[in-house]
Structures are given as structure tokens and as C-alpha cells.
Design a protein. Structure first.
Length: 264
């Protein structure tokens, strides 16, 4: 049986083939472990961080990523932040099955162009082995652009990555998985800035209530909550539900519905 420790050694060996790399950094545990391993092998001075901010990423998520990079001691000269404008792309806002493919290809083309300027050998992405369990249009773009996925290549899954991150005392080792705000808009519904901002506002409200790892999908006039089991129990066993209902109704929703089929 190949242990997570053995896989991490293989990860370092894979990265050691390069002299200088760029890491697509979201602030999640996958890209954080990938950055840590890259620095351990190549030295911080030879690892660039590419981070994108846009209306698709909640401001708190962006600030969390910035704070994390400071914790990791990332050299400021090696952090490259891009402001991304996906709503300018008609193919993206149409919100078809190709949305993630279109978005990832636009973003990573920009990253790759910058990686050439920084004289990096390769762009690294934090896709892990468990990400292959569902449909991933964005992964097709990653493969087409020949972006490297070393976590996936050595077979590291989410649970193993969290365990390693905990061993390395990474502050986000238990951070709930997240996805861009566009995933809260039902397929086929035009993606508008107002709706993304409304979703962000509602999810921030849930976080401030102590309900962590929750998502809010907009379906017509309804707010559909996708919650962890722990947060769901906390909400339903308290007066929070009345506070939440009042908040979402003040922000234009008619009802609050709970998605019981959702899994983290």
C-alpha cells in the first residue's frame, strides 16, 4: 500500500524535474500543499504564485488567500495577482455546460503567458485524484494547455492532502472545499454580476452566523441552501433560521429551501 507520505515524496521528486515553476494558487488546501512542496524542493525564490481575483471569488476568499501567502512567507516579488473579467466573455455568461472550460482556458492562457515572462519551466495546478470522480470541463482545458497536475499524477486524494497539510501545520488544512460563485447559478441561466454579488452577500451572512462550509444557490426567487451536516443541525436547532429567513427575504428572495441531496 502506497502511503500519503510516500506519495508526497513522489510529489517532490516530480517537482524536482524543474528549475523554476509557477503555481496556480486559489488559497485552498490543494494549491497550498502544492506551493509548500514546490518551495521545499526548489526554494521560495524559484516558485511563483499566480492568483486571480474576480467577481467569481468572494472578497473574503481573496483576502484569506493573501493572508495565507503571508503566513507561508511567499516573497512579494514572486506573487502575481491577476484581475480577471470573465463576464466580458459571452460564452461564459451564457452559462452552458462549457462554462468552466471557457473560464479555465481564458485564465490559464493568461497564467501561461506570464509564466513565460517569469522564465518558469511549467505551470502547476492543484487538481487532485478525487477531482476525477465527477464531470470536470475545466480539466479538459488544463490538459489542452499542458498544465501539469502533480497531485493528481502521484495519486494524492483530498483526505490525504488534508492529512499532510495538518502535519505541516497549514492553517487551512480543514478549510471546507469551495467553488467559484458562478456554480451557484443554475445552468442555462445568464450569469449576471448582481446575482453573484447577492450570493456572496448571503454566504457571508451564513459565515458570520458561524455556519461554515455553506453555499447559496439562486433558483428563481428561491435561495437554496447547500450545507454541511454540522451547520444544518446548528441552523435547524436554533432561532437562527428565523434570522436567516428575514435576511434573505430583505434581499429579494421569496423562500429559503434546503437541498438535502447535496454532499460536500
Amino acid at each position: 500500500m502506497v502511503t500519503s507520505k510516500s506519495k508526497y515524496t513522489l510529489l517532490q521528486q516530480a517537482i524536482a524535474k524543474y528549475s523554476r515553476v509557477a503555481v496556480a494558487f486559489s488559497g485552498g488546501v490543494d494549491s497550498t500543499l502544492l506551493y509548500l512542496a514546490s518551495c521545499a524542493v526548489l526554494g521560495r525564490e524559484n516558485v511563483f504564485v499566480f492568483h486571480a481575483s474576480s467577481v467569481l471569488v468572494a472578497e473574503k476568499e481573496h483576502q484569506s488567500a493573501v493572508t495565507l501567502l503571508a503566513e507561508l512567507g511567499a516573497p512579494l516579488d514572486n506573487i502575481v495577482e491577476f484581475h480577471f473579467e470573465p463576464l466580458n466573455e459571452p460564452g461564459f455568461v451564457d452559462n452552458t455546460k462549457e462554462r468552466c472550460y471557457i473560464c479555465k482556458k481564458m485564465l490559464y492562457r493568461t497564467f501561461l503567458s506570464e509564466s513565460v515572462k517569469k522564465k518558469c519551466d511549467v505551470l502547476l495546478d492543484g487538481t487532485n485524484a478525487d477531482d476525477m470522480s465527477g464531470e470536470r470541463p475545466g480539466f479538459r482545458a488544463i490538459r489542452e494547455l499542458v498544465v501539469q497536475t502533480p497531485l493528481l499524477d502521484v495519486g494524492l486524494g483530498k483526505k490525504e492532502i488534508r492529512s499532510l497539510a495538518n502535519q505541516f501545520h497549514l492553517s487551512n488544512h480543514d478549510k471546507p472545499s469551495n467553488s467559484c460563485l458562478a456554480t451557484r447559478i443554475p445552468e442555462g441561466t445568464i450569469i449576471e454580476k448582481h446575482d453573484l454579488q447577492l450570493v456572496e452577500k448571503c454566504e457571508e451572512f451564513l459565515q458570520d452566523m458561524g455556519l461554515i462550509g455553506c453555499r447559496v444557490r439562486r433558483e428563481g426567487d428561491d435561495a437554496v441552501l447547500q450545507m454541511t451536516q454540522k451547520s444544518c443541525q446548528k441552523l435547524l436547532s436554533s432561532a437562527m433560521k428565523d434570522e436567516l429567513l428575514g435576511f434573505v427575504q430583505r434581499n429579494g428572495f421569496a423562500r429559503v429551501l434546503l437541498d438535502l441531496s447535496w454532499r460536500e
